[in-house]
Design a protein around this ligand. Sequence first.
Ligand code: CP
Length: 355
Amino acid sequence: MKARNLIDLDDFSMEELDEIVTLAGDIIKNPKNYAHACDGKILATVFYEPSTRTQMSFQTAMLRLGGSIIGIDNPAGSSITKGENLKDTIKIIGGYADIIVMRTALEGAAKAGSIYSKCPIINAGDGGHLHPTQTLTDVTTLSFELGRLDNITIGLCGDLKYGRTVHSLVKCMVKYKNNKFVFISTPELTIPDYIREILDEYGCEYSFVDNLNDAIPELDVLYMTRIQRERFETQEAYEKQKGIFVLDTEKLKNARSDLKILHPLPRVDEITDEVDYDPRAIYFKQAVYGMYARMALIMKMLENSEGYEPTRVYSNSELKCKNPKCVTVLEPYLPTLVIEKDGKHVCEYCDKTIG
Ligand code: CP
């Protein structure tokens, strides 16, 4: 694989994605064969938002491949608190590590980092925008547990507005044949417009429902998500949305016997504990697949990465993104990158329409 960043899963072709899933399967079967695959390499985790699974699965992935890890998991302990900007931080870390895994609350931050890094960057979650390695985890899980990535009726339930795992997963699953999507949420927390436009672009069948009971019988996969408290403007707005969709054993009585229940985790109250004992619940297995998928990803991304240099990027527009969560608002030196889509101007960092 040619050296490059993983900002959005679209950065990889379907064939490359398939190679990573296949490699993850081989690592699961023959872990010893890969114990020295990354000897001498260093992975930096740069996490400005909390994480258990993504950070630790990347760290264990690199350690299991024979590599080493460095990182920031608390911005208070880094020079960001002295006023250092994202550009300089990433330039420095890119000179120490061979690959950077980055999570921030700012939409488009990993893309911004990739403009300056001297080594490849992996987006480990940028605010409510995207989480491509969670999708890699989900696709690996479905591939091995369901046995296919096409012809799936997939229900996505909960916070579909701020849930970055949902956005990345839909963007990926639209590319496989005959997948149908059932979006189960309140109207306030439905999918962003740009995700709906992608569904239309691919000609996918999709529907919106506000009742989990109604949706459950037809599903092959149910992807539950947490209401993302940290992304709401006010606590009151969050309180109005929490606890509306709860998966329990009663609801599962109407589900298919071969349903697969996924959740990126962490869970709050949207799946009751007794569901964990149902064989259809595979979210804890999913987190383990995530580690193997990330081992495969690290290996592929480090192939041919010697001498990697970022491509110089220049502003292509005078327009400024107005999304207050976009990285360009807090890091105003960044080149403005705008694309035209269906007559609209779209910010390339956060995918929001400008103007
Ligand atoms: N799924 C996921 O991203 O979990 P963490 O926030 O714990 O990394």
